[in-house]
Structure formats: structure tokens, C-alpha cells
Design a protein around this ligand. Structure first.
Ligand SMILES: Nc1ncnc2c1ncn2[C@@H]1O[C@H](COP(=O)(O)OP(=O)(O)OP(=O)(O)O)[C@@H](O)[C@H]1O
Length: 296
């Protein structure tokens, strides 16, 4: 079923004004960005320097990431592409604080998450990040509504408000009529949309998505991408998406390619050779590609 994406009103705090900037330059309702210091410097959403990660021990040890360096600015929509097994999901897990790098430095929203103990890292994830997993990770015994509501309840939001927000979010992904059903009664694409609603529930600053459109047909994939990129536009959040789905490449501000354990190409600022599959996007008429600029 085709649905029309729209971000619920409670998502999106409007444009963000860097601290110390002149309010006269921001005539609409704006918030001071809490991540900007008094000099107006805003840490990037993600900054990785030569990070490495391997699995296993002894002779069987496999080094997956061999010195990944990248920077993602706040408000960017960045896609991460590369061959199967190149370490895209591993890199997403490191950025999400689910794993820590073996070497190198990694800061997320200005925070070196590897310095946090596991409990504080979990708090950081809950308070600042939204995840969309390849296999959804929905709770099988909870309804779609309760899956989304749980994410809000974990943030201490009252039952009444969390119900209202979760209902609005499910409406925004076209699932109002399925809210009472458990994941087992939903199609794969519907589960994917519940997962998207849950990821957006906490109004996260950084959304990490692993193949968010893989289970969706072209129309629903486009609709999900419109919703996710709306979040970026209205909220100043950042999106990092691992994908093989070249139908959604036009939504990216920048596409990074991971190969041989390193980032080998980027089609945006930061240089590198454009990845092959990006060439079509770069050559395409460009009305749909956006680049978000920050600051006054
Ligand atoms: N927890 C783990 N323990 C051992 N090996 C792992 C673990 N996680 C990932 N790997 C290995 O790391 C390599 C990279 O896996 P990863 O899932 O990050 O690749 P990917 O680029 O996301 O692949 P795909 O596109 O197929 O999803 C694979 O060889 C995988 O088997």
C-alpha cells in the first residue's frame, strides 16, 4: 500500500542556531545548539581516524577494518556502500557504540564512546542515536504500537505521551491500521516501517540505518527515504545509511565506499575517487540532491 510520508509535529525542533551567533540572523524559532562551543565550533557527527577492527584470535583472526578515516558533518545524509563482507555493518556498529575499535580514534557527536563504560555507552545510544537494523530487532511479543512506545518509555516519557507519539509515528509511516498487531502478523516491509518509526521515536541526533529499504518495494522505499530525510531537514539530525539499494542513491548528500578495510572513495567533500555505482547519481539531473549548510 502506498502511503504518504510526513514527520509528526513533535519531531523536529526547527532550525538550530549555533551558540554565540546573532539571533537576528535566525528570525524564526530557533534553538541554540547544545553541541556547539562558545567559539561556534560544532563537532562533526562522526570523526574516525585510522580505526581498525578484527574478529577472532590467533591464526584465525580476521582484520575487517584496516584504518578507516572519515568525517560526517552534522546534518549530512551519508551512504556507505561496498562489497558484501567489506565491513559496512561492523563500521556502523562501531559508530553506534555497540562495539569499540581495536585501534584509532572515533568520536560521535563529539563524544569518544570507547571511553564510556558499557552502561554510559548504552545511555548515550538511548539519548542520542536511532538505529534501524537489517533484521529489525522488533520485540515479537509486543504490538507495533508497543514496540515504538517502548523506545519512548525507556526515555522516561509518560504512558499517555508515549502512546500519543507512537501513534503519530506509526501514522507517519502509514501503519495506523496495523498498530495493534505483533511483528509476526506484519509483512517484512511493515516490520521495516515499524523499525523506522521506533528509530525516530527519541528524536535522535544521529540515525544509523543498515539497509533500511532492503525489504521494501520501490514506492515504499522512496517513502521511507522521504521520511528519513525530512527528519534531517527539520531537525538537523544526521543520517548514515548502509545500503546496496541504488534506487535510493539520489537521496544521499555523499556516498562513501568501503573496500579492503578502508574508505576508498567519496563523491562529496573529502575527496577520493567516486565509487563506480555513484557515477550515475553524479551524472543525473540534480534537482533531488541536497547539501545542507550550517551556520549563520
Ligand atoms: N561478531 C563477529 N564475529 C566474527 N566475525 C564477524 C563478526 N561481525 C562481522 N564479522 C565478519 O566481518 C566481516 C565483515 O562483516 P560485515 O557484516 O561488517 O560486512 P558488510 O560489509 O556489512 O557485509 P554485507 O554487505 O554482506 O551485509 C565478515 O567477514 C563477517 O563474517
Amino acid at each position: 500500500m502506498l502511503w504518504s510520508p510526513s514527520a509528526p509535529a513533535f519531531l523536529g525542533r526547527g532550525p538550530v542556531r549555533p551558540r554565540g551567533s546573532d539571533p537576528a540572523h535566525f528570525p524564526h524559532e530557533t534553538l541554540v545548539d547544545p553541541w556547539v562551543d562558545d567559539e561556534g565550533w560544532m563537532p562533526p557527527a562522526v570523526a574516525a581516524r585510522e580505526i581498525g577492527k578484527g574478529f577472532g584470535g590467533g591464526r584465525g583472526r580476521a582484520t575487517v577494518l584496516k584504518g578507516v578515516s572519515l568525517e560526517i558533518r552534522r546534518g549530512e545524509v551519508v551512504f556507505l556502500v561496498g562489497p558484501s563482507g567489506s565491513g559496512k555493518s561492523t563500521l556502523l556498529s562501531l559508530i553506534g557504540g555497540i562495539m569499540t575499535p581495536d585501534q584509532g580514534s572515533l568520536t560521535v557527536l563529539g563524544q569518544d564512546t570507547s571511553r564510556l563504560d558499557p552502561a554510559r555507552r548504552a545511555d548515550f545510544r538511548r539519548d542520542h542515536l536511532g538505529f534501524i537494523f537489517q533484521t529489525f530487532h522488533l520485540m515479537p511479543t509486543l504490538s507495533a504500537l508497543d514496540n515504538v512506545r517502548l523506545a519512548l518509555a525507556m526515555r522516561g516519557i509518560s504512558r499517555r505521551e508515549s502512546t500519543a507519539r507512537a501513534t503519530a509515528l506509526l501514522g507517519s509511516v502509514g501503519l495506523s491500521h496495523r498498530a495493534g498487531l505483533r511483528p509476526g502478523r506484519l509483512s517484512t516491509g511493515e516490520c521495516q516501517r515499524v523499525a523506522v518509526a521506533r528509530a525516530l521515536a527519541g528524536d535522535p541526533e544521529l540515525v544509523l540505518a543498515d539497509e533500511p529499504t532492503a525489504s521494501l518495494d520501490a514506492e515504499n522505499g522512496q517513502a521511507i527515504m522521504h521520511l528519513l530525510t525530512d527528519l534531517v531537514r527539520t531537525r538537523g539530525a544526521t543520517l548514515l545509511i548502509v545500503t546496496h539499494d541504488n534506487r535510493i542513491f539520489p537521496f544521499a548528500d555523499r556516498i562513501l565506499r568501503l573496500e579492503g578495510g578502508r574508505v576508498v572513495g567519496s563523491d562529496g567533500p573529502g575527496g577520493g575517487d567516486p565509487p563506480e555505482e555513484v557515477a550515475g547519481v553524479m551524472a543525473a539531473p540534480d534537482g533531488r540532491r541536497r547539501r545542507r549548510e550550517w551556520g549563520p
